[in-house]
Write a protein of this length. Structure first.
Length: 79
């Protein structure tokens, strides 16, 4: 059944971004520790992060996943 001509279809809402604490990042990427993330923030080498308050740090889950994917290396068999 089609909608009447005077009805505007509502687009589905985009998924809300998922923010992770450093501890949650370490659960997602088990080889990392909160100290590793702190060091990477100091060296500008880790995933992108936000600092909503001077003492709190959060990461977007999508940024963490993209960062991990960017570190992927292929072996000779996969090349």
């Amino acid at each position: 059944m089609s909608a009447p001509a005077n009805v505007t279809r509502i687009r589905p809402a985009a998924a809300a971004p998922v923010f992770l604490s450093p501890e949650q990042v370490c659960e997602l990427v088990p080889v990392l520790t909160p100290r590793d993330l702190e060091d990477m923030r100091s060296n500008n080498t880790g995933p992108a992060y936000s600092r909503p308050t001077p003492r709190k740090v959060v990461y977007l889950e999508a940024d963490v996943r993209a960062w991990v994917q960017s570190k992927r290396h292929a072996t000779r068999e996969q090349s």
